[in-house]
Structure formats: C-alpha cells, structure tokens
Design a binder for this molecule. Sequence first.
Ligand SMILES: [Zn+2]
Length: 416
Amino acid sequence: MEPRRATVRDLRRRNRSTLLSTLFFEGPLSRYELGQRTGLSAATVSNVVGEMIDDGLVVEAGLVESDGGRPRVLLRVSPGYGSVIGVDVGETGVKMELFDLSMTRLAAVDRALPPPQPDPALVGPLIAAGLTELLGQAGVDEADVLGVGIGVPGTVEQGEKVRVHAQAIGWDGIALADLVRECGVGAPLFVENGAKTQGQAEMWFGAGRGARHAVIALIGSGVGATVITDGTTYRGSTSSAGEWGHTTLMFGGRLCRCGARGCLEAYVGAEGILDRFRKARGGRAIPRPDEQSQLDFLLASTDRSATAAAVVEETVGYLGAGIANLVNLFNPERIVLGGWAGLALGTLLLPDIRRATAAHALRHAYEQTSIELCQLGPDAVAVGAATLPVEALLNLGSDPRERRPARRSVTPASVT
Ligand SMILES: [Zn+2]
C-alpha cells in the first residue's frame, strides 16, 4: 500500500505546486483561469485552492467581471504569508534585502568586509547581525522568515553539506551555511553561486521571463553564465557548470586568473579588456581610478583614439565568438547579456555584438536566438538569492520550514 499512498501524496503536492506557481508568476487569477492555465479540473482547483486559503498561503484579490455570469473572485499568493531574505556576499562586502511574497523590498542592509578578501569567519556573524537589523527595519518577526538565500562568489557544491569553492577569494570547501547557523540563525538557508542567483532573478522578473531555453551571460571583472535548459538551471555533476569564462578562446593565449591560458575571461572580462588596453597604450596607465570608470573611459575614447577603437573592436569580436559557442552548444531561444561590464559594452554595442556572434555561430541556431540585455541591472544578486526560498515554497506547494512528515513504517508496535 505504501507506494500507492506515496503517489496520492505526490499528486497532491504537485497540484499545490502547480497552482501556487501559476498564481505567483501570473496572478491574480480566478479559479476558472487557473483551471484553463494548468489543465486541472474545476473540482481539483477548487479543493486545492480552498486548502491553500485555509493555510493563509492564498488570498482573495478582488473581483473580475465574467461574460454574463457572476463576477469571479481573483486570487493571489498572500504577500504577508512570510518574508524571504536575499544575501549577496561579494568580494568587498555583504548586501542583504528582505522581501514579502510579492517580492516587494521592505528593508535593506549593506556591510563592508575588510580587504583584501572576505574572511569566511567574519561573513557568518555579519550575516547574522544583518538579519537582526533587517527584521528590525521591516518590523518582521524571525518566525515569519520562510528562508534566507545566500549568493556567493565561486562554485557551490550542493549536497548533504553545502560547500563553497571560490579560488579567486581563497575559499576552499567552506561550509558557509554552518557558519551562519552557528551564529544563531534558525531559518532555512539556501546557498548558491551569485551569478546563478542573478540569472534566476532575470529569468523570473527580467529579460529571461517566459523563455524555456536561455543563457544569462554575465561579464564583470570575471565572466560566467547560467544555462537554463527546458526551464531548469543546468548544474553538472558537482554544480560547477556554467564556467563560460574559463572556456578556451585562444590555445596558448593570455594567462587567466584561473591559471590556464587563453580563457574567454582573459579577453572579455573587464580586467582582461583593460589589461589589453594598457598594453596597446605601450604600458601607460589608464587615467581613471577604478575598473568601471576605466572601461567607461575606453568606450568613450573610440572616436578620438585609434588604439581604443581597435581594442573595443577586438573585444566585440572575442565576445561574439564566446556567445556563438553558447549558441552552438545550447541552442537557446534567448541570450541575456549582463554584469556591469556586459551592460556597459552591450548598451553601446549590442548590434555589433549580434553581428560578431552571427559571424561565428551556425546559421540555423543563430536565427532561433535573440540577444538581449539584462533588465535588472548588475545588483540583482540579492533579489535572485531571495528567490531560492520562494522556489522551495513553490516546488513544495507549502511552507519550506515544515518538516516533511516522517514516512510511517509499519512496525508491530504501530499495528497493535
Ligand atoms: Zn580561466
């Protein structure tokens, strides 16, 4: 009997998940519209929605006229059912934001970390203290937090113990969630690579919305990508997939931060672009204080400087070749280009980048793809991290804090 019971329970969970997700992404909707969009019967919609209203997860949101009949009640996910928190652990500091379930930001906290590298022993207490401050700002009780999503640099190995491997900042197998929990944080914790959380934010609320097959390509100082195939993030065997920046563009080429030669990142990452510009200037420093203003200087100099124009033209060519590799490998319907340097290049040069991609991609695959820019800006890591507990809620169709009911085993004791 056990398999059959499990099946009924699974079906119930799946229906809740389907209806809750549809309301989250497309609501407010009437029961009738929910049936139309999910293919579930009127009776199932009515039962499951009734349960979710009793649980406080779904609320009514006004009425809509229907043709000739009685007005229909609109439903939506209750914004006040719980709060979610997104954390962006960067190389120089930690940003934290608190949202309700309509993803309205209710509070934000920004904390700097002492240079040169974020010390994991400091990050745990900083997140715990930031959480207390966020809750105070928003007037929210810790018991109402559904979960805390944490976006980090580097690879996040998901498993029994979540481990962060971030070569560039000296983190080697750091169990960040444990460090945060040791500081007294009781809410469920979700740790993910920051570029992947930013990618998820674009997929849910930005330029990726509605696409089933997409690549979010992010260029900052480093270069990475989130690959979405059939609506799901492609992770690989230990979650390190998407290291687009370390695919080889030039055999034996420029030295990359990862230690290999010829990586795409060494050519189109901001650090790589600026280093090529400096070399083209005969080693002279670029007259601006930081990478962002140096890249702006380069892009603004193309009219008066043949050197700058050549470096930018080459960069567009390298980037087109890199994007064409994504087109040929993944056959996406959309490529979304972002990251602060990606946006700086794309805002000025998107038509040229498209042309350069077309020159290197297989024609048929390229014709199925559009190349767009990120809409949420370069600071979407925290909101993306906050989608992790929401995703758990939508997948389960219920509060991720509830312990799953232990599978009842039929022992002699329980039979008597
Ligand atoms: Zn590399």
